[in-house]
Design a protein around this ligand. Structure first.
Ligand SMILES: Cc1cc2nc3c(=O)[nH]c(=O)nc-3n(C[C@H](O)[C@H](O)[C@H](O)COP(=O)(O)OP(=O)(O)OC[C@H]3O[C@@H](n4cnc5c(N)ncnc54)[C@H](O)[C@@H]3O)c2cc1C
Length: 466
């Protein structure tokens, strides 16, 4: 892995995205634009993309602290999921069954839309409609698996998913302890950094300007005739609308401190496996793969034949701190390597060549939000809780409609205008989140030991997943 101090060293994806990651020119003095966007990750870039596609005359500037794809967009597991982390039941409790169904329908369409744009804009993001398999590895997970399938059935999406027996699962991938799997054929897999870097080039081709290595240090709301402003050490960006697309990093800006929680997701990656190992594992369909662990795991088979194993579990840091040093948590990375060998015993002495991670934004109610405040001219989309590869596209399209003042099916979705409650102030937040993190790990341990659904199950449901 290249040195962590270089941009290529932040993830295997940035290292292999086929672009030298030389930063684009920074902002060089104050400018006036129509739309100013903080952050060149998927959210900022998808928003710019749809705005410029619809109105090529718009002046759009994106201001990025590092380089396009520096954040979660250049580091994630490459799952392009057809659902959110918050369950359909939870969305229905907040917004009713019909709107929960509409949101789920929009998420299915979103996976198609990302594939469509990659093809039409010639972004070689290795997009592949491979589906996802959520494997139950212990009896307590089998119960959760059936409940998931039943929930999608109840909402009328029975034809978009199904349960596979142990034998059917084994024919696709041989996972130690498998009891069967929940199959979601709509999921896709992609190369995250190729997508974000390709999107950045596409936005520039459409006329957008991306200023890299330029940190936004303040956000001034508009109102009373004044325009909203992104302030940087290199000048101000004044706009009709300012879009805050900094996801977990938004917590560094005073007005957004408690809007999301930076939750670290960490990844380890093996060297390319031998043909004999692949013959033993199977996984020819390269599906997105996970179990029903409450404390989250996710796997992918890379194009060059490696296994990526990701998971949560790195400790929350007091004050929502985000630092490069937290990307590599030795204990969590070692735990993930152990999990990978447990899933696939044939990994034995296989080398793990890469280990990285990064923060993702988790709102207090697990529900993403896409908001546009006309009075201040400030808009934002955030809080995808680890499902932002697809959700950021939906958010970008929704923001483009909201900014244009256009009513559409997207602006009627529950995420449009949703406002999550703020996280607790410290030290309550640190105490609460650390407690929940430990509780989730203990629920998994208890379930694995006893085979039974853990007591405290409602907690697991509240922390609804995948
Ligand atoms: C390890 C990991 C694995 C994940 N796996 C998956 C997965 O498999 N599937 C999935 O759907 N989701 C996954 N996610 C989540 C997903 O990657 C994110 O939800 C998504 O990338 C969010 O995109 P974004 O553009 O909103 O945020 P980001 O990609 O984080 O981009 C925000 C950008 O804003 C910039 N920025 C922040 N503050 C400032 C400032 N003050 N001034 C200027 N610029 C600023 C940052 O530098 C960054 O480039 C994962 C996340 C991580 C960390």
């Amino acid at each position: 892995m290249p040195p962590a101090s270089t941009y290529a060293g932040y993830s295997f994806w940035l290292e292999t995205c086929g672009d030298d990651l030389t930063p684009r020119p920074a902002l060089d003095g104050s400018i006036d634009v129509d739309v100013a966007i903080l952050g060149a990750g998927y959210t900022g870039l998808w928003t710019a993309y749809y705005l410029l596609k619809r109105d090529p005359s718009l002046k759009v500037a994106i201001v990025e602290r590092k380089i396009a794809g520096f954040g979660a967009s250049g580091r994630n597991g490459g799952w392009c999921s057809s659902k959110l982390n918050v369950s359909l039941d939870a969305v229905a409790r907040m917004y009713g069954r019909d709107r929960a169904r509409a949101l789920q329908g929009a998420l299915y369409d979103t996976v198609d839309e990302i594939g469509r744009v990659c093809a039409s804009e010639r972004i070689d993001a290795e997009f592949a409609r491979v589906g996802a398999l959520f494997v139950a590895r212990f009896p307590y997970q089998a119960g959760m698996m059936r409940e998931y399938a039943e929930m999608f059935e109840r909402f009328g999406f029975g034809d978009r998913q199904g349960l596979l027996s142990r034998e059917e699962t084994d024919r696709r991938v041989r996972v130690r302890g498998s009891l069967g799997a929940w199959h979601c054929p709509q999921y896709a897999r992609l190369h995250p950094a190729r997508l974000v870097r390709g999107l950045a080039r596409t936005v520039e081709r459409l006329g957008g300007r991306i200023c890299e290595e330029t940190e936004v240090t303040g956000v001034r709301p508009g109102g009373g005739g004044a325009r909203p402003v992104l302030s940087t050490g290199r000048g101000d960006v004044r706009a009709r609308t300012v879009v805050l697309a900094g996801e977990a990093y938004l917590t560094r800006l005073r007005p957004c401190r408690r809007s999301v929680l930076p939750a670290y997701s960490l990844i380890v990656l093996t060297e390319p496996l031998s043909d004999a190992q692949w013959a033993e594992i199977g996984w020819q369909g390269r599906e997105c793969l996970a179990s029903f662990r409450i404390s989250i795991d996710y796997l992918a088979r890379t194009a060059d034949g490696r296994i990526l194993f990701g998971g949560r579990g790195a400790p929350y840091r007091f004050g929502s701190a985000i630092e490069d040093a937290f990307d590599r948590d030795a204990e969590t990375h070692e735990m993930l390597r152990g999990f990978a060998r447990d899933w696939f015993p044939c990994l034995g002495n296989t080398r793990f060549t890469h280990a990285w991670g990064g923060p993702l934004g988790m709102p207090r109610d697990w529900m993403p939000s896409v908001v546009c405040d006309r009075a201040t001219g400030i808009a934002s989309a955030r809080g995808y809780t680890g499902h932002g590869v697809s959700a950021s596209n939906l958010a970008g399209r929704t923001l483009a409609d909201l900014l244009a003042g256009r009513q559409s099916a997207l602006t009627e979705l529950p995420i449009a205008g949703h406002r999550s409650p703020p996280w607790e102030p410290e030290p309550l937040r640190w105490l609460g989140v650390r407690y929940v993190q430990r509780a989730m790990a203990r629920l998994d341990e208890a379930g694995e030991k006893t085979g039974r659904a853990p007591t405290g199950r409602t907690l697991a449901e509240r922390l609804s997943r995948h």
